[in-house]
Design a protein around this ligand. Structure first.
Ligand SMILES: [Zn+2]
Length: 417
């Protein structure tokens, strides 16, 4: 009896990490014609993704403009990101909840946007990219490279809310179709404009944005969905931006509402993909971010490394050693090539620089064969080091449990809080 209890306690104490091993044992189904949609949500902290609103920030009236509406704010993880917590947590995988042994980080030394997008898209950190200026990226991104591969020509497109995205993707050189910032959709990119696109162009022109360099995400979303319907790219990148800007503005209530809206955009996107025979059952969705943010109520608005503060980000000099937490990111994945692993526990943090190779691998291409500096793809469908080690422990535990006559543990997925 004692042995039985301790085996059960062991399993619980390991946060069921052994149990998702059973759930992810089935091999990923073969995908005949794979497609990928890569999404980034600018500066969205893993703290809100996995644990919801920070009560200490919520209590600070400086960050909540409309305290009378506090009760209506989405604050629990399930309220903030229902698609992530209902669909992705049960059917896909999540990384980045540091309170539960799952970590991902940027590798670049700056911890702000352009260096993060460069790392995400080119597959390696480039210390020379040290500003958010509108400078054509000297590095080739995985989008540019894939667009030049057999079978992928004219099959890649990008949409973003920030007007620097065309420079990050170096559209002058890459010739990638990109719609970002306040650019209207044009016929060069979309072909003859549908009534829907004409209306979106008009609404965008007539709608004020709170920011000079970033449009409201609804335009990025609707332009992307219309493009998806009309042009059917095999690789689509969507870069949402509102979360970061509301956070910089110190409007925590608006930041929370933006998170909720963005989760809804992703659900809408996923539903459109699943209702289109070209994409349904063939498409992998990857979601991540360009950087983290400060990890407490005094620093959540900001993000920068100490090195960045010594130079480009000197306005943050009060945070001399850097804004702690800025390098911490997360990732979510869903689709036929993604096993239902729930929250994946990591022995070593995964890196932002692994995403580019991952995108290529999902589409059947070897990015590292071209870009030797790129990090290896994330082991999405297979066991990583931590899994292997846990598998050994699980075997030992199963033996102990069986010896005590207890029923084998059911395969359950560790869902995030
Ligand atoms: Zn950013």
């Amino acid at each position: 009896m004692l042995l039985k209890l301790s085996a059960r306690y062991l399993c619980l104490s390991m946060l069921a990490s052994t149990c998702w091993l059973q759930a992810q044992a089935a091999p990923a189904p073969t995908v005949k014609s794979p497609k990928v949609v890569l999404v980034s949500i600018d500066g969205l902290r893993w703290q809100e993704v996995f644990h919801g609103a920070d009560p200490e920030i919520l209590r600070n009236s400086q960050f909540i403009r409309h305290a009378d509406q506090l009760a209506e704010l989405p604050t629990k993880p399930q309220q903030l990101m229902p698609f992530v917590h209902q669909t992705i947590a049960s059917q896909g995988m999540l990384v980045g909840d540091r309170r539960r042994g799952s970590a991902m980080q940027v590798s670049n030394p700056w911890h702000f946007s352009y260096p993060g997008y460069n790392e995400l898209l080119s597959g390696f950190p480039d210390p020379a990219i040290n500003s958010n200026g509108k400078i054509a990226n000297p590095n080739v991104t995985v989008l540019e490279w894939l667009n030049q591969q057999p079978g992928m020509a004219q099959q890649v497109a990008a949409f973003g809310s920030w007007d620097v995205l065309p420079f990050i993707l170096n559209t002058e050189r890459s010739k990638l179709p990109v719609n970002a910032g306040f650019a209207p959709m044009n016929e060069q990119m979309a072909g003859p404009l549908t009534p829907q696109l004409k209306l979106l162009n008009q609404l965008q022109r007539q709608t004020p944005s709170p920011w000079a360099a970033v449009r409201l995400d609804v335009f990025t979303q609707q332009f992307a969905l219309e493009y998806l319907t009309q042009k059917k790219p095999r690789l689509l990148y969507i870069a949402y931006g509102e979360t970061d800007d509301f956070a910089h503005d110190g409007q925590y209530d608006q930041y929370l509402k933006a998170i909720r809206r963005t989760d809804g955009f992703i659900k809408e996107l996923w539903q459109q993909l699943q209702s289109d025979p070209f994409y349904a059952g063939q498409t992998t969705l990857l979601i991540s971010t360009d950087h983290g943010r400060g990890d407490n109520a005094n620093s959540w608005q900001h993000h920068a490394s100490g090195r960045a503060i010594a130079g480009y980000m000197k306005k943050l000099k009060n945070f001399g050693n850097g804004v702690s937490g800025s390098d911490q990111i997360w990732l979510a994945a869903l689709g036929p090539q993604i096993p239902a692993r729930g929250l994946v526990q990591t022995q070593q943090p995964w890196s932002q620089s692994q995403v580019a190779s991952t995108v290529a691998e999902l589409l059947g291409y070897d990015y590292q064969a071209y870009q030797y500096k790129a990090a290896a793809a994330i082991p999405l469908g297979t066991a990583d080091e931590a899994t292997v080690q846990l598998a050994g422990r699980r075997a030992a535990m199963t033996t102990a449990a069986e010896g005590a006559g207890s029923a084998p543990q059911q395969g359950t997925v560790l869902t995030p809080q």
